[in-house]
Write a protein that binds this ligand. Sequence first.
Ligand code: NIG
Ligand code: FE
Length: 401
Amino acid sequence: MKKLWTNCHIATMQDGQYSSIEQAAIVTFAQRIHWIGAEKDVPVDDYAETIDLNGAWVTPGLIDCHTHSVFGGNRSVEFEKRLQGVSYAEIAASGGGIASTVRATREASEEQLLASALKRIRCLLKDGVTTIEIKSGYGLDYSNERKMLRVIRKIADTLPMTVRATCLAAHALPPEYQDQSDAYIEHICNDMLPKLHQEGLVDAVDAFCEYLAFSPTQVERLFKTAQSLNLPIKLHAEQLSALGGSSLAARYQALSADHLEFMTEDDVKAMAAAGTVAVLLPGAFYFLRETKYPPLDSLHQHGVRIALSSDLNPGTSPALSLRLMMNMGSTLFRLTPEQTLAAVTTHAAHALGLQDTHGTLEQGKVADFIAWDIEHPSEIVYWLGSDLPKRIIQHGTEISI
Ligand code: NIG
Ligand code: FE
């Protein structure tokens, strides 16, 4: 069943640029883009449906490539403490932080976790996000990590979105393994990860490489296991200190290294050589009132792909709008609106290993696109918050929002 979508302008985002086609049209066939180009060149065919997009600007569906959107409770009280001067690391050291979300997540049922996550993710969907990555990492034992990953699979069954599940069992040390971080990593490698993977619950593996979490040596142990299971790798690296996690990630051909405020020039070079995407998280940077910037000039100079993401999580980035993060990405990290849009489409697709099917609008790719009621694509980045009028097309079908 071919559908013709007419009367629009398209930012295809090929080669990381707008690569615009004005006065354009798209033909979709089932879930894919069958043809895309200038309206005057539309192939003559018997279209089942013709849809007038009223002069909208069409972009690829947005991709949020780093979220922790499944969790119990929230940390608004901790936010108040931080504003009184207590640091994120101090809160973590006193049993708060990630550990407090672990307690709340362990207490919650699958149904409760699903219901609260759906509320948050619907906000992202309404903002134009059609692909999302969601991490586990607040369970920290087999049954609770499994519970989170099962919820992530249920989100995929419930919402019209592409959902990727990342196992972040190496997010923090669970109370059962206090002062035994090597033993916990062994438990993940020998037991948890192989089992969760065998159940079909894992699309990628991530870890928190940080002085208050896991060392590069421990992360490398986990990477070796991920590699032996043929699972792609991602890493939280250089968020609070420089441990060389991003270079380690690059050595293991990671899809992405994320945060990166403290990364060095050598890390940048290693990531450039490996094609590892730099995922920058302006929400966490802003919310933690970070002052150290990722090395933006160096990342550009060495041609590292830069993605942006919400990092939606209860501790460092309770962000319910990817568009707001895009504005922050431009304002704080000096990305042009074009680079910012590339950061949440084509580059974010690379950060998930989905670049062959998602992230740009071209023939053969999945027909996920947003028709924005705006005069120019830069407006997607320009307006701060709220809801921009739009139509969302996922897998060739318009969805109601
Ligand atoms: O991406 N850095 C570690 N993980 C999350 C924070 C998780 C939390 O504080 O609950 C992040 O910022
Ligand atoms: Fe994160």
